[in-house]
Design a protein around this ligand. Sequence first.
Ligand code: PGA
Length: 232
Amino acid sequence: MKNLWIVANWKSNKTIEEALEWVGKVGPKIKKEDFLKVVVCPTFSVLSEVKKAIQVGNFPLLVGCQDLSPFDKGAYTGEESASLLKQLVDLAIIGHSERRYNFGETDQQIENKLTRASQADIIGLLCVQGNETPVPKGCQLIAYEPISAISTGLDNTPGSGQPEDPLNASSIATFFKQQHGQDLEVLYGGSVTGKNVKQFISQKEINGVLVGNASLDATEFIKIVEEAINGA
Ligand code: PGA
């Protein structure tokens, strides 16, 4: 059975207490299945507490970060390098539109980050905005997130909250697989909720979802996971 990825992108949200409450609610509800890859991506400041709580509870949850340094460890004040993050994470979201927009991340920096992730044996989840976003060689997991579909605006203003048409998302996924090989896994992201997740997951070419706003609420996220499994 093909993998089903459900990735929670908390963005810049949640205190340690809120994060642990979420793990305590969601963890016990996730079934241990080989095909199911449920990943929670907290802020750096709560990563280690979240990781510990998942280990203590023996929950089948993977941990991810939302960015990493384009450099190796060393004299790079303020940076989180892949080789150090490997202690805590399995996956890293790389090149999210909010980072491209607010921090001026370039395709070259993003490629460097993907290389660092791969060298540290961290799965790089590259966010692409459309057909024109370059996918570096060797990248195995991407998330198609059209800017117009992200539930908040890129500068934290209200967004459209309108998800992409699932058929369009599927044709973009097909395009990337034709370009980069059928082993490439393609997720969809942008205003995914418990109500609409099935429409995306039921598309043959879509291998999962990247969920922002709706992942913050434990009950809603559990619903997303359940509905996604039903739709797979
Ligand atoms: P959203 O965010 O689900 O709130 O639209 C998705 C993302 O930006 O990763």
